[in-house]
Write a protein that binds this ligand. Structure first.
Ligand code: PLP
Length: 339
């Protein structure tokens, strides 16, 4: 197994995160055993999946002598919030370019939730309209404030091969935890967006034991686009690990049937999944990512694709801070889960 100890890294996340059996949700849904990898508990500014990526991104930024970082995301970006927190902890300046991808203009969406925390962490926040290439828009913005030389640019979602190392590490962690408890998972399900989480997991499982259990649930792009993005990044991640042939196209699978009307717009199935997790497990999902990931898992149980013959690990990627930016969007009439 190739190891990742040689890459620059700074400790930011509480690791390893626990794996817990979701006993009441499992029995309510009547399908496979559902276990949850609690990456919502990574600790950094409440937690979430970006903490793992930022360990490697910030390691690289500091080792290369940068004094500031900049990144972009949707207005209620969890990635922006965790980047602001990591920068604060490591003494770096932080610029955030937040794109209004949903069209929501209410006060909660614009300034509560993640945006409130961005500001509390001392980040400089600029709001903007969506651009075709947000990585390019970010570079232009940083140039316009004269900070190009001192600023390490982090792509959206922290999703490049460096950031994906955080999820190579997570896959190694899951394999070690599973072996220690004699558990094996037929599927590892999670929300996939900017692709770094899935790319890292796919490369990490292949690297650890040759397995290929990962199933992404898309939150934005159609399936062909999402799988192509994940595959490209998984290959780049594998190349960074020194084995460009590690990942095959067939290792990358995404179900993009639970997006609803678009990125950041909760569907009825999203809110139902959030309510089930909250009422049966005391677990907070979010309306943009983990709620759609869980809606996918529930949908695949109901359609018979996942059955009692399977055992699923749901990677809870975090996001509950966004609830406070979506307070008025969750009032969708769905019967209470317990009725
Ligand atoms: C960013 C994010 C994801 C998606 O991860 P990607 O690496 O962008 O695919 C999932 N869940 C939450 C809560 C996130 O913030």
């Amino acid at each position: 197994m190739l190891n990742i100890d040689t890459f620059p890294r700074r400790a930011l996340a509480h690791l390893p995160t626990p794996i817990e059996f979701a006993e009441r949700l499992t029995s309510h849904l009547g399908g496979p055993e559902i276990w949850i990898k609690r990456d919502d508990c990574t600790g950094l500014s409440t937690g979430g999946n970006k903490a793992r990526k930022l360990e490697f991104l910030m390691g690289e930024a500091l080792d290369q002598g940068f004094t500031a970082v900049a990144t972009h995301g949707a207005t209620q970006s969890n990635h922006a919030r965790q980047t602001a927190a990591a920068a604060a902890k490591l003494g770096l300046k932080c610029h955030l370019l937040l794109e209004n991808r949903t069209g929501y203009v209410d006060a909660d969406y614009q300034s509560n939730g993640n945006v409130l925390l961005d500001q509390l962490h001392g980040a400089q926040v600029t709001h903007c309209d969506p651009a075709a290439d947000m990585n390019a828009a970010l570079a232009e913005h940083i140039a316009s404030v004269g900070m190009t030389d001192s600023t390490y640019l982090i792509p959206g979602g922290g999703s490049n091969a460096t950031g994906a190392l955080g999820y190579v590490n997570a896959a190694h962690e899951i394999v070690a935890q599973s072996e220690a408890r004699s558990l094996s998972f037929t599927h590892v399900v999670h929300a996939t967006g900017s692709a770094g989480t899935q790319a890292g997991l796919v490369a990490g499982f292949k690297n650890a034991n040759g397995s290929s259990p990962v199933l992404g649930v898309g939150v934005r792009a159609p399936r062909e686009v999402q799988e192509a993005n994940v595959y490209r990044l998984a290959q780049a991640t594998a190349a960074k690990l020194g084995n460009a042939d590690l990942v095959e196209r067939g290792d990358v699978r995404a179900n993009c049937g639970f997006i609803g009307e678009g990125y950041g717009l909760p569907a009825v199935s999203t809110v139902e999944a959030m309510r089930l997790a909250a009422e049966y497990e005391g677990i907070l999902l979010d309306p943009v990512y983990s709620g759609k990931g869980m809606a996918g898992l529930i949908g695949m149980i109901r359609s018979g694709d996942l059955t009692k013959d399977h055992r699923v690990l749901f990677v809870h990627t975090g996001g509950s801070v966004a609830l406070f930016g979506y307070a008025h969007r969750l009032d969708i009439p769905i019967p209470r889960a317990a009725e």
